[in-house]
Design a protein around this ligand. Structure first.
Ligand SMILES: [Zn+2]
Length: 167
């Protein structure tokens, strides 16, 4: 989000040089630069001991495709905290191992995706209301079930990274 007006005092912002960052919207009343804001989201491939991966059906996102567990970060938490919270909220599982894989700019939605791989033992899910269903899917079936491959789709980076680790 690009700022035109100061979110604190409502003053029209001017463009002012902010060192190496170039011209940045600036409030002359609050004496504050307003750098562009964007959401940050975590996404996690969760695998069990049988190389099965959690996929969620969420009709508010898609009727056709399934998703990895993902969610918006909240102020005050680390990306790792956000992953652990989202896994607990969406499917009610505790994880035994969590590893950062990559960050990825999701151009379509203008947001930062932070990707992880988590491990857990196979257990039953305890679903949140925003999840219609969840299933354990063998890793090799993932490409049939998630959104088609696209440079914006970080899920494939996590999928390939998981296959690489297995070798
Ligand atoms: Zn201001």
């Amino acid at each position: 989000m690009k700022f035109e007006y100061c979110p604190i005092c409502g003053n029209k912002l001017i463009l002012k040089k902010a060192g190496d960052d170039g011209l940045i919207p600036f409030c002359e009343i609050c004496n504050h630069f307003w750098f562009e804001l964007f959401p940050a989201c975590v996404i996690v491939l969760i695998a069990n001991q049988y190389d099965e991966v959690v996929l969620l059906r969420q009709s508010y996102l898609s009727d056709k495709y399934s998703n990895f567990v993902a969610g918006y970060m909240q102020p005050g938490e680390s990306a790792e905290d956000a992953v652990i919270r989202e896994i607990k909220e969406e499917i009610g599982l505790e994880i035994s191992d969590l590893r950062y894989v990559t960050s990825h700019w999701f151009n379509l939605k203008q947001m930062l995706m932070i990707g992880f791989i988590a491990k857990t033992n196979k257990k039953k899910f305890k679903l949140s209301e925003e999840v219609d269903s969840a299933e354990w899917v063998p890793i090799e079936k993932i490409p049939e079930k998630i959104y088609p491959e696209h440079p914006d789709n970080v899920a494939y980076i996590l999928y390939r990274e998981y296959l690489m680790q297995k070798k």
